[in-house]
Design a protein around this ligand. Structure first.
Ligand code: SF4
Ligand code: MG
Length: 455
């Protein structure tokens, strides 16, 4: 998911600014989008299933344009827990002793079920099936604490990987789990206002200057126009490697590391680890482009445009059902004639279920490619992600049940190789979570019964 928050010392077109920011976070979730705005008195939420451009039509924008608005939050949703239903769209709101609260969340809590159970026993009522509601109910329950104190308390109780923005009628808060699994950055508007966003490209669109990342375990909020900070949890940084491998935008910089250059380095290391005798390097657009550039540079094999992507079909992966994914691969890509008679190195960022790669190898062969050597700029994904990336249930992960050689046969490639874990570490250059590759979960795992569901 993508999250966004904004606070301004004076009225601004908050709805329009948040809408712009959400456009820059669309790749983080395409199932639903929502915006909440306030002017200190009224608080309005508009949200629905669909893309940002579909959800925020003129009617909805008009409802969000409240007089004197100066703060708000936004969300783009990609469902990991809670199904793809309208009532699971965010921001979510609750009325509490602290007044009305609204929340937007990226990530997952691994102990959400236990906390939900405790809250139910204390009489809480849940309206959605997503675990964001657990956090907001937890905060609302600490009636005697200030909003900041209550939020800090909830951070201490919740485990997992999460970045959250939260508001009441006056202020905006932003926080990151102790491992900083999901990204979150801080920007400053020219009028002294503050912006919080999942990724830096949202800041630029909203006219905000990058200030810094929210630190792992840190809670920040705006008070009298100043940014206040509390280090609630001891920072043990292991941000998600998959943000650099695939998820974050190519123009983003997260925790000081730019994504596109990191992808180029992954491709360079991959070329060293797994060379191929070939005539052309062909990226799988768009997610394989960075790594293909690196592979080409390091190997000296020229890069070419061997696959055309139809730009009107959206991101393939983030589609909830298998039938939709299969159809979309066929709709999305076609081989160009440059591959005819050539030995091709096909570079992509990841293999999840294996359907995409198999289909693309077939496309290249139909277009006359002499050989197809598949190179993947991440290790085989063998374990589920419990921190907010839908790398699928374990049984659907082709690498959890097949060896590299078996996957090579399945996808019909002449050769297949993956980047090593140390190669990923080297290319990113900082400590990272690699749990979906090695099963070592730095921010904890859910209880047994939830784990079984993911297997
Ligand atoms: Fe990212 Fe994989 Fe860790 Fe999930 S398990 S946070 S996708 S590196
Ligand atoms: Mg891709």
């Amino acid at each position: 998911c993508g999250v966004l928050g904004l606070w301004s010392p004076e009225p601004l077109p908050v709805a329009e600014l948040l809408q712009l920011g959400l456009f820059a976070l669309q790749h983080r979730g395409q199932e639903a989008a929502g915006i909440c705005v306030s002017n200190g008195k009224d608080l309005v939420i508009e949200k629905d299933l669909g893309l940002v451009s579909q959800v925020f039509d003129e009617t909805r924008m008009q409802r969000l344009r409240i007089q004197g608005a100066n703060l708000g939050i936004g969300h783009t949703r990609y469902s990991t827990t809670g199904s793809n239903l309208r009532f699971n769209a965010q921001p979510l709101s609750v009325r509490s002793s602290k007044g009305i609260l609204a929340i937007a969340h990226n990530g997952n809590f691994v102990n959400a079920l236990q906390i939900r159970q405790q809250l139910l026993e204390h009489g809480a009522v849940f309206q959605t099936t997503n675990d964001t509601e657990v956090m907001i109910n937890l905060i609302a329950r600490y009636a005697r604490l200030s909003l900041v104190e209550a939020t800090a308390r909830a951070m201490r109780e919740l485990k997992g990987g999460f970045s959250v923005v939260l508001m009441d009628r006056q202020t905006v808060l932003a926080l990151r789990d102790g491992n900083g699994v999901r990204p979150l950055v801080i920007g400053r508007l020219e009028n002294g206002g503050w912006v919080f966003a999942s990724e830096t490209p949202a800041l630029a669109l909203m006219g905000a200057r990058f200030v810094r990342d929210v630190r792992p375990g840190e809670l920040v909020w705006v008070e009298s126009g100043e940014l206040c900070s509390m280090q609630v949890l001891e920072p043990r940084p292991t941000p998600c490697a998959f943000e650099w491998i695939y998820f974050a935008r190519a123009d983003a910089t997260l925790d000081g590391i730019a994504t596109h250059p990191a992808r180029i380095r992954m491709g360079e290391v991959l070329a060293q680890e797994a060379p191929a005798e070939a005539d052309l390097v062909v990226p799988v657009p768009d997610s394989g482009i960075g790594a293909a550039i690196g592979y080409s540079r390091a190997s000296g094999i020229p890069l070419d445009y061997g696959l055309h992507k139809n730009p009107y079909t959206g991101r393939t992966f983030i589609q909830p059902t298998q039938e939709m994914r299969d159809l979309k691969v066929r709709l999305k890509l076609a081989a160009t004639p440059v591959v005819a008679g050539r030995r091709v190195v096909l570079v992509d960022d990841s293999i999840v279920r294996g359907t995409t790669s198999g289909r693309i190898v077939q496309l290249l062969r139909e277009a006359g490619a002499a050989e197809v050597h598949v190179r993947i700029s991440s290790p085989p994904i063998k374990f589920p992600c419990y921190y907010g990336i839908d790398t699928a249930a374990r049984k659907e992960l082709v690498a959890s049940t097949h060896s590299v050689e078996e996957i090579r046969q399945l996808i019909g490639a002449d050769s297949l190789a993956f980047l090593s874990e140390s190669g990923v570490r080297q290319a990113i250059g900082g400590p990272v979570c690699l749990a979906c590759f090695n099963g070592q979960y730095p921010a904890g795992q859910p209880e047994e019964e939830v784990r079984k569901e993911a297997l």
